[in-house]
Design a protein around this ligand. Structure first.
Ligand SMILES: Nc1nc2c(ncn2[C@@H]2O[C@H](COP(=O)(O)OP(=O)(O)OP(=O)(O)O)[C@@H](O)[C@H]2O)c(=O)[nH]1
Ligand SMILES: [Mg+2]
Length: 233
């Protein structure tokens, strides 16, 4: 049994949960629970019927969900999984293995050699290009280790104490970017596995591209300020 928790990040994902359930490695982990800000499509009932604890969050947002998970868990390591079809359940164990092998932050990357993202077949690949730009900036300004290809993907794992130590503040989507930038600032070891991003299975996307993109810019700007303050103090 792995001394880790798989955390399902769920907000109205009943179709994804139904489709992926048979593939989730429930028995292999000491903890397996969901964080949910108030789904109304039967996701909560689906999980509870199968014995999966659902931790409620009173304020919406993935950033809040990350912190709620860290407070609720007692496991050594946390693997965050979004059951909407984008992420491959087989990668859950692989991410945990990266931590066991000494990584501080493990990310399933949708870019770089051997990886596939949802937009690879499209002509403009707008979302992918914006993502890649954020990663290039992060590597240039914050990191001296080997290149990190996907600084933004939510499919990732880290030690629970490490997440608490980072004292994240983001409430919504750019939580992952803040975690990566703060890990980079500390010189933590970041390891990636190439992944194949699947298409959304059902339900609705919660991340509207434009506001979420702007939120990433704000996080980037704030973290640059933090670095300046650290250097000057
Ligand atoms: N616990 C929790 N989960 C959330 C919240 N907002 C979104 N999620 C989940 O986070 C995952 C990612 O959200 P998506 O809407 O799929 O965002 P995305 O992956 O950028 O968009 P798509 O490409 O359309 O899938 C999904 O599993 C959502 O259900 C939240 O406030 N709390
Ligand atoms: Mg998604």
């Amino acid at each position: 049994m792995r001394d880790a928790a798989v955390v399902l990040l769920v907000f109205n994902e009943i179709e994804g949960l139904r489709a992926l359930w048979p593939r989730l490695p429930v028995g292999e982990f000491r903890e397996f629970f969901a964080v949910d800000p108030g789904s109304t499509d039967g996701s909560i009932e689906f999980l509870r019927e199968r014995g999966v604890p659902v931790v409620p969050q009173s304020i919406r947002g993935r950033g809040v969900a990350f912190r709620v998970a860290a407070e609720a868990s007692r496991a050594e390591r946390l693997i965050f999984f979004s059951p909407d079809g984008n992420e491959d359940p087989d990668d859950i164990v692989r991410l945990d293995d990266l931590l066991l092998g000494g990584a501080d932050l493990a990310i399933a990357r949708r870019f770089g050699p051997g990886a596939v993202n949802e937009e690879d077949a499209e002509f403009l690949r707008l979302r992918a290009r914006v993502n890649e730009t954020f990663s290039v900036l992060a590597n240039r300004l914050f990191y001296r280790g080997p290149r990190v290809y996907d600084t933004i993907n939510g499919f990732r794992a880290l030690r629970r104490q490490a997440l608490l130590e980072l004292q994240t503040t983001v409430k919504r989507f750019p939580i992952e970017y803040q975690i990566t930038l703060r890990s980079m600032q500390r010189g933590w070891k970041i390891a990636e596995i190439p992944t194949k991003e699947g298409a959304r299975i059902g339900g609705e996307r919660k991340a509207a591209s434009w506001p979420v993109g702007m939120d990433h810019v704000k996080v980037f700007a704030t973290e640059i300020q933090n670095i300046r303050m650290l250097r000057e103090s």
